[in-house]
Design a protein around this ligand. Structure first.
Ligand code: GDP
Length: 416
């Protein structure tokens, strides 16, 4: 007699009566046609991968140094890329003449492993450039952002040369672009040409760096008040292509929502992790203790959904900050949200309620709970069921939250 199948793939997912839409098949479906022994082995391998992934993720620290002369806009930039407004709790103080002579660490509010270091201004009377390089300890940073509100000066260039010697990456950011455009428009009136002004500023900076010996320097024009405009999205892409993969993911998660592409990238990154959650859930299903598997599933889902909500900027503090920054009211942003999981505390009661609203999920969980007590084949079947539930549910929630994030972005920044 052929061995029994982990056969649960058809007809259990809702087609209607819910805001959650069926998702495309995932890699999980490959497990369905396997016999229980094979299914068990595959899931075991995935559990091991999941553990490795979790260890890696928890240990991934990213140290980003922001440097430049005092007044260049470093602190404002540090706040902007953490999605924090000037004056918020934990914000880097801006507009101060008196700068610290030490590097100051600013943690991302939702991802404390990503640290932005506001380095002291180079070449101030308080802190001469000669001692600067040793003092800030260049080796500890993953990469450097060198900010200037004008052409890059001698100290910026010296610093870049030192960083280059250490074979570390650095990026030149020309700040306060909004202010340049405003001033240019005021002075040129009808002769004002935005694109030409931007090109001139960039070329001027590039020429200065070429004169200083940099072969093909890249300069990013940025306004910390309008991160979604000018070159910030390009800067984000450049970080992404140049960082090692595990660091790239850490950075992507902390990246503020400045474009629809960022939402799509985050969604893809989150999706790639679902198999690990599913494997951890399958491990929980292997333990024949009543109720334990569901408790494991719910805690895994809470962790996953919390990451999605934070990553997509759908937590209450982030949405309030976006409202403040853009002038679109918090209530108006809230009004475009569909998922009950956004802008809410993700509790086990809420997750269970959402799961119950997904037709078929409750039956699947009940089948899993029952099957674990069938001798011999029960545990592999329960593990397969767990794997499928904990991949389908977050996958659907992920889709809905990504769509919510798109709607909030469009509402906040107009139809970009
Ligand atoms: P830091 O000394 O390099 O940390 O510079 P700050 O971040 O404190 O900024 C100095 C001043 O420039 C503050 O008044 C900021 O509000 C202003 N500033 C910083 N970034 C921008 C920007 O992108 N656009 C405009 N218009 N002003 C900016």
């Amino acid at each position: 007699m052929p061995p029994p199948r982990c056969h649960l793939q058809t007809g259990y997912w809702p087609q209607s009566e819910t805001t959650f839409k069926p998702d495309e098949p995932t890699a999980v479906e490959g497990l369905i046609s396997l016999d229980p022994g094979e299914c068990f082995k595959k899931i075991f391998v995935l559990i091991m991968e999941a553990i490795t992934e979790l260890i890696l993720q928890n240990n991934t620290k990213l140290n980003i140094a922001i440097t430049g002369v005092s007044g260049a806009g470093k602190s404002t930039f540090v706040n902007a890329i953490r999605g924090i407004n000037d004056g918020d709790e934990g914000a880097a103080p801006t507009g101060c003449n008196e700068n610290s002579k030490d590097a100051i660490a600013y943690f991302h509010p939702n991802y404390p492993n990503v640290i932005l270091w506001d380095l002291p201004g180079i070449g101030t009377t308080k802190f001469p450039a000669d001692n600067y390089l040793n003092h800030v300890g260049l080796h500890k940073y993953d990469f450097f952002i060198i900010i200037s509100a004008t052409r890059f000066r001698e100290n910026d260039i010296r610093l870049a040369q030192e960083i280059k010697k250490m074979k570390k990456k650095f990026y030149f950011v020309r700040s306060k672009i909004d202010s340049d455009l405003y001033n240019e428009e005021k002075s040129r009136k009808s002769n004002f040409n935005k694109e030409k002004t931007l090109t001139d500023i960039k070329e001027n900076c590039i020429k200065g760096l070429q004169d200083a010996g940099f072969e093909s320097p890249q300069v990013f024009l940025v306004s910390s008040f309008k991160l979604h405009e000018y070159d910030f999205p390009l800067l984000q892409e450049t970080f992404e292509t140049e960082l090692p993969e595990h660091k790239r993911n850490a950075l992507l998660m902390t990246t503020p929502i400045t474009s629809l592409e960022i939402i799509a990238k985050k969604k893809k990154a989150f999706k790639s992790k679902i198999k690990y959650y599913a494997a951890a859930s399958a491990a929980g299903a292997a333990v024949p203790v009543p109720g334990l598997s569901i408790a494991v599933d719910v805690s895994i889902l809470i962790a996953a959904i919390t990451q999605y909500v934070h990553g997509f900027g759908l937590d209450v503090p982030t949405m309030k900050r976006v409202a403040e920054r853009t002038g679109v009211s918090y209530d108006d942003l809230l009004a475009v949200i569909v998922s009950p999981l956004a802008a809410a505390e993700v509790t086990s009661a809420l997750v269970l309620r959402v799961m119950a609203s997904l037709a078929g999920t409750a039956a699947l969980m009940a089948a899993k709970e029952g099957s674990r007590f069938i001798p011999f084949i029960g545990i592999p079947i329960a593990m397969g069921l767990s794997y499928i539930t904990t991949s389908r549910v977050p996958s659907h929630i992920l889709n809905v939250l990504a769509e919510d994030s798109e709607r909030v972005f469009r509402k906040a920044f107009g139809s970009v």
